[in-house]
Structure formats: C-alpha cells, structure tokens
Write a protein that binds this ligand. Structure first.
Ligand code: PMP
Ligand code: GLN
Length: 412
C-alpha cells in the first residue's frame, strides 16, 4: 500500500513490508522511515502536536449509550475480569445472531456460526490467515482500508484490486470480472465502504456473488458501518441467494455504538468457515474484552429506533461538514454511508492530497487523510487529489472545522 512517503510511487511488495524492514533493523519510527506507523496514527499525532481539529482518524468524540457504559462498569465491578470463552460469551453470541435475524433475516447459530473477536481488525486477520496461502490471490476494491493490505501481505498472497470510480465510487462490472482468476481465494468486501462512503447496490453485490461462485472464492464481508447509512439501505452480501454458504460477515461495536476503544467485534457465517477463523483467532488473542461483551450484547438488543437514530444524527453532521467543504471551493462527494466524506482538491489547483494533508493542520487547523494512502500505485495516481474527512465529531467542532476550511483558498 502507498504510505505517506511512498504514495503514488510504490506497489506492495511482500519482500519489503514494514515489519520485515523492522526485523532487518530499520528504524521505522525515524522521521525518514515512519513506515511502521499507520496513516491514522501519523495524522492524529500531527493534529495533536499542532492543536488542529482531528478529522483524520475515524473515531467519535462522544461516548456511546450510557446504559452500555454502566453495563461495562458493573461487569468490571462484579468481577468479569478474566478470560472470556475463546469464541465469546454466550449472551453476546446470541445477541449477534438475534441482530442478524432482526435486521437481515440471517440466523447464524450462536454456538457454531458466531465468534466474538478483538475488533473487526482481528476478525479480518483471522479470516484471511485461515483461508489464504502464498500464491493465492485476494481481491479487494481500491481504495481499500489499510489493514487489508497489511494482512494480505502477512499471508503472502497477491493483492489484486478493482477500482471504485468517481463520481459514485462504484466498480465497473467488467473490470471486476477481469480481476477474478482461478487463484482468487478470497474476495474481501467492505460495505459500506471506507474510505469512499459507497453503499453497494444489489447489482454489484450480486455480481460479486456470481463471480465468487464461478471461481469458488470465499467472500469476507466487512460491514462495520452497517448502521451508518443515509437513506440507502445496507444489504449484507450474505443475504443474497447463493452467498451465505461462502460468506463470513464481520462487524464491530466500535462504529455502531461509538466505542472504538473497546475493540469488540464479531464474525458470523457457516460453521466450517467460522470454525477455521476461530482456530486462528485462538492464537492471535485467544479471547476478547470480557467486561465489554455483556455491554455490547445490551447494545445489540436496543430497539430499532436507536439504530435509525445513529444514522439520522450522522447525516446532519455530514451535511454541516459538506456545506463547509463546498464553501471552501472543494469538489465534494456526498457519501451514502460511513462517517467519511471525500473531496477533490483540484478545483483549488491542488493536485497532491498527500502533500496537502501534511500542510493542512498548519494552514487551517484541520487534519484529514489523503485517499492515495488507501491505494496501490495506479489507484494512488487516480485518487491523487482526493482527501478524506471524518465527520463523527460534535456539531460545534464540525462547524468550527467548516469555517476554518473556508479560509483555505486564501491561505494557500
Ligand atoms: N474495517 C473498516 C472498514 C474500518 O474502517 C475499521 C476502522 N474502525 C475497521 C475495520 C476496524 O474496526 P475495529 O476497530 O473494530 O477493529
Ligand atoms: N477505521 C478508522 C479510520 O479509517 C481508523 C482505525 C485505526 O486507526 N486503525 O479512520
């Protein structure tokens, strides 16, 4: 994956991954070699050191439901502080199953078809490490969330991408078909999509299912933003005909409930796939955040109105920031889901969003993430002038950020 120092110039190369360079003695944390730090950490550090409003790393600046906080506190107070069962406490596995049934009509068996993980990050890692060998291919859309490139690198597989194209950031279905091959072992889907904010329509999902069937590939579907959509319904790919038997679905409490620091995620799907991912999970973390699991079960059991409310609140935040970005003279792509909004900086004569992201905190006091860092070389070129802002922040903060950004043109 391109990073802050190589965006637009490097394709992934398993022989020179950051961890391998570290093993060879490179100081990745030195100013010239900060490849060991994710883009999110780098931009958060920059925001903190400059006092900028951090619209880079996607984390909310408010806690989630008070009842969940109280449940976690009382779990700690009452001694739920040792290892949970490896696959998660029964209450939470049941709650995940009930949630999948309530919203999507899917009914994973909580005993054999649900595993609780240390965030969606671990669920993604466990799934890929379970199914993928060196020589296999893993297909993702591009841009792609940063951990995908890293974990595919760890498996030794080849990372093949199909581009999401402006202005809707949907794939061309013929190009998608060409990206499949006999070596495609896993299609790693992210829907709704970070960073582009796409909520994939049924026809794209159906094409993925058709091609996964044709090439006998497993679908790993990262749906952490499932409840953060703005009028376009989220369709889990596992609910399409022919998909369930080859799909692992992943989600997390981080996004839905605004508890990114709890790191409680889950995966569900047919027992043979879930069992394989669970085997790997045992040796990644063994088990996950005991006192938080019951609290997340409580969250998943909240009424429908709670879930609809999260999206309504976020939609208002999206619109505040979008107005500010439009006023700043940027081309704004309104997302249908997630809490990320993308802009094209070229109307301001800026072609290099990586450079702009580095300068933005000092220029106007706002931090953002350049989209090329979510890409390989060609994709980085295609997205060279795109910048991502997170809008999961308090309304007042977003208004402040919007008025700061409005001064960008004169500060350039
Ligand atoms: N997938 C996507 C698409 C994400 O944006 C994120 C970031 N939250 C994750 C996975 C990681 O989720 P978690 O914090 O639950 O590990
Ligand atoms: N998912 C968050 C984002 O895209 C960041 C999570 C992380 O820092 N790894 O901003």
């Amino acid at each position: 994956m391109a990073d802050m120092s190589t965006a637009g110039t490097s394709a992934p190369d398993h022989a020179s991954t950051p961890w391998q360079r570290a093993a060879e003695g490179a100081n990745l944390l030195s100013p010239e070699g900060n490849l060991g730090v994710t883009i999110f950490e780098e931009m958060t550090t920059l925001a903190n050191s400059t006092g900028a409003i951090n619209l880079g790393q996607g984390f909310p600046d408010e806690d989630g439901p008070a009842g969940m906080l109280a449940a976690a506190q009382s779990a700690i107070a009452s001694g739920a502080n040792q290892y949970a069962p490896g696959k998660g406490i029964p209450l939470l596995r049941q709650a995940v199953s009930d949630h999948q049934e309530r919203f999507y009509g899917l009914k994973p068996d909580p005993e054999t078809e649900v595993v609780i993980t240390t965030g969606a990050t671990e669920a993604i890692a466990a799934s890929l490490l379970a199914f993928v060998q060196p020589g296999d291919e893993v297909l993702t859309f591009e841009p792609f969330y940063d951990s995908y490139g890293a974990i595919i690198g760890l498996t030794g597989a080849r990372h093949v991408t199909a581009p999401l194209l402006a202005p809707d950031f949907l794939p061309d279905l013929d190009t998608l078909e060409e990206a499949f091959s006999d070596r495609t072992k896993v299609v790693l889907l992210n829907n709704p999509h970070n960073p582009m904010g796409t909520v994939f329509p049924r026809e794209v999902l159906a094409k993925v299912v058709e091609l996964a069937g044709k090439y006998n590939a497993i679908i790993v579907s990262d749906e952490v933003y499932e409840h953060l959509t703005f009028g376009t319904p989220h369709i889990p790919i596992a609910s399409l005909p022919g998909a369930a038997e080859r799909t692992i679905t992943i989600s997390s409490a981080g996004k839905t409930f605004s508890f990114t620091g709890w790191k409680i995620g889950w995966l569900s799907g047919p027992a043979h796939l879930v069992g394989a991912a669970r085997t790997v999970k045992q040796f990644l973390s063994y088990s996950s955040g005991t006192p938080f699991q019951g609290a997340v079960a409580e969250g998943l059991s909240m009424p429908d109105a709670f879930f609809a409310g999260i999206a309504d609140t976020l939609r208002q935040k999206r619109d505040i920031l979008a107005d500010g970005l439009v006023a700043a003279g940027l081309r704004v792509y309104i997302p249908q889901g997630t809490y990320f909004i993308n802009v094209d900086t070229s109307p301001l004569g800026i072609r290099d969003s990586v450079d702009l992201a580095r300068r933005l905190p000092a220029l106007v006091g706002v931090a953002a993430i350049p989209v090329p860092v979510f890409c390989h070389e060609e994709g980085a070129e295609r997205t060279k002038s795109l910048l991502r802002f997170a809008f999961c922040k308090k309304t007042g903060i977003l208004e402040d950020a919007a008025s700061r950004l409005a001064t960008l043109k004169e500060k350039l």
